[in-house]
Design a protein around this ligand. Structure first.
Ligand code: GLN
Length: 588
């Protein structure tokens, strides 16, 4: 029987429910339990695919091509699982499901209503998806964490709250554990912590038929004495079931904070389970502690310029940021990201806003590595092309992702191949030299879910054995990463571009689609049509990000050398004093 942990939020949204839920899941994994998760987003969109990154943050992509809320990325990273599109429930999906069934006549002439039809559909969905194996073991999860987006009391989350109220009877109280995450705000000049909003939100929750088993108090500073007791008394939960998570040095410390306060005991007691932890599960906890510790003691700093078009909202690039962070952490480097709005690098800005222009350039030229991430539409692409040119000519490590690959190709075609009007058909449909074109696998008129999406194989070419990228992927001939794009490099220009030195070392199974490029005679100039950021793990950085951080830290040649010798000796790669750090990653 799967056990369910429901996570609700009080007072405000964005209180950190996702991190607390995934940290709880991680801790259960360290007890040898199999954990999955479901994120409920009470909006009407069917999925996150059509949401603007500047509005809603990154669209996360799963192996199965599902375009989902960025919180699913958190769960995949913390729980080290591969989720499916069904692990993200939206109001849109539930209503579509029910309406489709109504049209088929499944409800036998009954009036179809929110209660019981919508609430039943939600419960059926949670029960069905909670059983899907997500860790490759072929086994059902032991625990399913269900995070309900928004705050208790919102109009749009009401059917989900009601569904969960009914669900505790369906699965039995002993299999149902509710964590309510609430904010403890601070008021006044002395900064007094206030419990009333939390009391009110618990009262709301109770009024809707749900009682918290555990209250997690979010605050900026550690809780003052007496606050926990007050919440326990007024919210009718035992003192040991009130926990505090203040803003800490990094999200990696959150599981440790919850662990210290005994969250595992509280959950295991309620579920009446005593799992027998295995050595691998126990080792995970030790590794996690080392990771959090490494986050506070750095050997050096590495500065990466992120040249994008959605830089006003850093969440638009959250998986890219996590990937850079994981790679830097594995090398005990403190990551500094210089956020550069690509259009600020364009010459026209020099006249209109010289301060902006010069600041952008200062940040670009002082960075040790440059990353151009994914994006859609033409705005800001000239600035990205300028950044790619700077990286190529000045031998600054460059990583291009998706749009960043297309940018690198346009730049190379214009400035090395002499095709001065080379451009992408995405934003310049009439260019005589479209080096990036729409690849007709999909519909041009329907935007929702029509892209080349999800896990696809990349085959490395025969001549690529000595390429940096392939070596970083441990010499593999075929790799799997996730895609999300409509446009690709125009096959008609490949020969011309390769003759000038840029190599397309990774392609699709038919050899028609260019997926990985690399520039020889450059410390690190790599671009991928796929999005490697979707598969990063705190204890397992993705190879091309590791490559960028290694190159930006001047450590790449040493690392590649160590890969060679360790392979010959059949052992693990070593990198001077980074040996232990890297071996932590490999064992994961
Ligand atoms: N806009 C480009 C395309 O559709 C790149 C997409 C991306 O960067 N995710 O191909």
């Amino acid at each position: 029987m799967v056990k369910y942990i429901i996570v609700t939020g009080g007072v405000i949204s964005g209180v950190g429910k996702g991190i607390i839920a995934s940290s709880t899941g991680l801790l259960l994994r360290t007890r040898g339990l199999r954990v999955t998760s479901i994120k409920i987003d009470p909006y009407l969109n069917i999925d996150a695919g059509t949401l603007s990154p500047l509005d809603h943050g990154e669209v996360f992509v799963l192996d199965d091509g599902g375009e989902v809320d960025l919180d699913l990325g958190n769960y995949e990273r913390f729980l080290d699982v591969t989720l499916t599109r069904d692990n993200n429930i939206t109001t849109g999906k539930i209503y579509r499901d029910v309406i489709e069934r109504e049209r088929k006549g499944d409800y036998l002439g009954k009036t179809v209503q929110v209660v019981p039809h919508i609430t039943n559909a939600i419960q059926d969905w949670v029960e069905r998806v909670g059983k899907i194996c997500v860790d490759g073991s072929g086994q059902e999860p032991d625990v399913c964490i269900v995070e309900l987006g928004g705050t208790v009391g919102d109009i749009e989350s009401a059917p989900f709250i009601e569904a969960m109220r009914q669900f505790q009877f369906r699965v039995g109280h002993e299999n149902f554990f509710l964590i309510h995450v609430s904010l403890i705000p601070v008021v006044g000049s002395v900064g007094e912590q206030k419990t009333k909003p939390t009391q009110a939100s618990v009262r709301d929750l109770r009024g809707l038929g749900l009682s918290p088993d555990l209250i997690v108090c979010r605050s900026t500073k550690p809780l003052e004495e007496g606050i926990q007791g007050k919440i326990s008394m007024f919210c009718h939960v035992s003192p040991k079931n009130v926990m505090a998570v203040h803003d800490c040095k990094s999200i990696y410390h959150v599981p440790l904070l919850l662990h210290q306060q005994g969250i595992i005991d509280v959950i295991e007691e309620k579920f009446n389970i005593k799992p027998i932890p295995n050595p691998a599960a126990q080792a995970l906890f030790t590794k996690w502690k080392q990771l959090a510790d490494r986050n506070t003691r750095y050997d050096d700093v590495v500065t990466i310029a992120l040249v994008g078009k959605y830089t006003d909202l850093h969440d638009s690039y959250i998986s890219v940021v996590k990937s850079l962070e994981h790679a830097s952490l594995s090398l005990s480097r403190k990551l500094t990201i210089e956020w550069i709005e690509s259009s600020d690098l364009e010459a026209s800005v020099q006249q209109t806003d010289p301060v902006k222009y010069h600041n952008a350039w200062k940040n670009l030229v002082s960075a040790k590595g440059i990353l151009v991430p994914g994006g859609f539409g033409g705005r800001g692409t000239e600035g990205m092309i300028i950044a790619a040119k700077w990286a190529r000519e000045n031998k600054i490590p460059y990583l291009g992702i998706c749009l960043g690959l297309q940018i690198a190709v346009i730049e190379f075609a214009r400035n090395v191949c002499g095709i001065t009007d080379a451009d992408s058909a995405e934003w310049n449909e009439t260019t005589p030299n479209p080096v990036v074109i729409f690849m007709p696998e999909i519909s041009k008129t329907h935007l929702g879910g029509t892209m080349r999406l999800g896990d696809r194989p990349t085959i490395f070419t025969d001549g690529s054995t000595n390429s940096i990228t392939r070596r970083l992927y441990d010499g593999a001939g075929e790799i799997h990463e996730r895609h999300r794009h409509r446009y690709e490099v125009n096959p008609e220009f490949i020969e011309q571009i390769e003759n000038k030195g840029l190599s397309f070392i990774g392609r699709d199974e038919k050899g028609e689609r260019m997926i990985v490029l690399e520039l020889p005679d450059h410390p690190y100039f790599v671009a991928t049509q796929f999005h490697p950021e979707y598969k990063t793990r705190p204890l397992g950085p993705r190879p091309v990000f590791l490559g960028l951080i290694l190159a930006a830290s001047g450590l790449l040649p040493e690392y590649l050398e160590s890969l060679k010798t360790s392979k010959a000796a059949g052992s693990k790669p070593k990198l001077g004093r980074y040996q232990s750090v890297l071996s932590v990653n490999e064992e994961n």
